[in-house]
Design a protein around this ligand. Structure first.
Ligand code: ZN
Length: 444
């Protein structure tokens, strides 16, 4: 079943490319207000080279070749593909059912790697991803980053052989309290071997707690705790492995303004959440979304397909607060940017990734139809509407409006209807143009 949906997605994909790029620019209304806070190319002022320990250790061949700092401020070269897109996959344990809710069957993991290989989408390294972001190196138009979180030994003894079989690299996000703890934790020797084999190591805090709240057992203030979680873990990994640990993953994908600021201050170049999105060149460096491929949520089986087919939402390039809220991994039907041949489709979405909102405030609007009487089930977080009158051929935007933290917000996706199921012809306008206005503007 999983392969079937994968292949179906591919079959229609090339025809949809133009539409995909066009609709990727759909605005998030609430984003407009939020400022672009943390430009990726921010120069590290007074980069304090002295305290950085042993970066040039011999084992760090895979990570020790950082570009000279002068290149950071150089303008992007013309051969850098700034239209390329990256999706990031997030795994945890590769132990099947024994590993609990964050685990995936090794056979499913291998099938997914095989699907990536067959798709022709490139798997790139974290180093290349960061170099592309800095404008130093180009990447294929569609690229994938593979990440494995927490430091379970199954990543090493199950994941690595499979990754090597397909010639893929990956980044391991480690939280240092769990390292070398026996049981199912990875050892320092295994982590060293990963580094020597060209896999990359990122940081995932000391204790894997929700960084938005200080634990009561910490005697100091919130800032000192945050600094400890972010800086001590980095130092432990860097000193023991002789690497530069430049990327970070938020535990549970959770962050807030002060956390993101602290992550940047701790010297990380990029930080990852678990709100999957297609990442463009300008995507905010400290809210880089990953598809949590093992998340146990309704519709989970589609997450991998959405990621591999690049049919998910595009990450906003600014507005970190909205990036977390924008339902970037919301599973929808019809899927974003797809064409349906059903004139009266069921339109639905899983709102589980929206976070906390007032259940009674949810409404669905469809361009050309206005507010529709959708059913929302608070238990499953599914919203659903069966279109009652046949649609006319064309594109439709679905907007889910809701109330959260005292504010009205919305998130949206688009699909196309044609009787033949054929995607619309390429638009005459270039892909970067503003999408044409909806036939009937949505009132707000
Ligand atoms: Zn984790």
């Amino acid at each position: 079943m999983y392969r079937h949906s994968l292949l179906t997605g591919h079959a229609v994909m090339t025809r949809k490319l133009a539409l995909l790029f066009l609709l990727a620019t759909l605005p998030f209304t609430a984003c407009d207000k939020v400022r672009d806070k943390v430009p990726f190319l921010k120069k590290k002022v007074a980069a304090t080279p002295a305290p950085v320990p042993a970066v040039a250790a011999p084992a760090a061949a895979s990570t020790g070749t950082a570009a000279p700092t002068t290149a950071v401020t150089a303008p992007a070269r013309s051969n850098i593909d700034t239209n390329a897109q990256v999706v990031v996959l997030c795994y945890h344990r590769l132990e099947g059912k024994a590993g609990g809710t964050l685990s995936i069957e090794p056979a499913v993991f291998e099938k997914q790697m095989e699907a990536i290989k067959e798709s022709g989408v490139a798997v790139i390294s974290m180093k290349d991803f960061l170099a592309w972001r800095r404008g130093e190196k180009t990447i294929p138009p569609k690229s994938i980053l593979i990440t494995i979180d927490d430091g379970y030994v199954s990543g090493f003894d199950v994941g690595v052989p499979i990754l090597k079989k397909y010639g893929f690299t990956a980044t391991f996000f480690i939280y240092t309290d769990y390292l070398n703890r026996g049981g199912k934790s990875m050892t320092w020797d295994q982590l060293r071997k990963l580094d020597q084999d060209g896999f990359e190591i990122g940081c995932h805090t000391v204790s894997h707690l929700d960084l938005r709240h200080k634990p009561s057992k910490w005697a100091g203030d919130y800032d000192s705790w945050l600094k400890d979680e972010l800086e001590r873990s980095k130092k432990i990994l860097e000193e023991n492995l002789g690497i530069k640990c430049s990327v970070f993953a938020y535990p549970f994908g959770l962050h807030k303004d002060v956390v993101r600021t602290a992550v940047e201050a701790a010297g990380y170049d990029a930080a990852f959440t678990t709100y999957g999105a297609r990442l463009g060149h300008g995507a905010n460096a400290f809210t880089l979304g990953r598809y949590d491929v093992t998340a146990k949520m309704a519709g989970n089986q589609q997450v991998f397909d959405v990621a591999l087919n690049f049919t998910g939402m595009a990450a906003p390039s600014s507005a970190p607060a909205m990036a977390q809220d924008a339902a970037t991994s919301m599973i929808t039907e019809p899927m974003h940017n797809t064409t349906t041949a059903d004139a009266m489709p069921v339109v639905k979405a899983n709102l589980a990734t929206l976070g906390d909102f007032e259940p009674g405030s949810v409404e669905m609007r469809i361009s050309g139809l206005g507010v529709v009487p959708a059913k929302y089930d608070a238990a499953s977080k599914m919203i659903e509407y069966k279109v009652a009158k046949p649609l006319r051929e064309g594109s439709y935007t679905v907007i889910i409006g809701y109330q959260a933290a005292g504010q009205r917000r919305d998130t949206r996706w688009a699909f196309h209807y044609s009787a033949t199921g054929e995607a619309p012809p390429e638009p005459a306008t270039p892909p970067t143009a503003t999408p044409k206005p909806l036939k009937k503007p949505v009132k707000r």
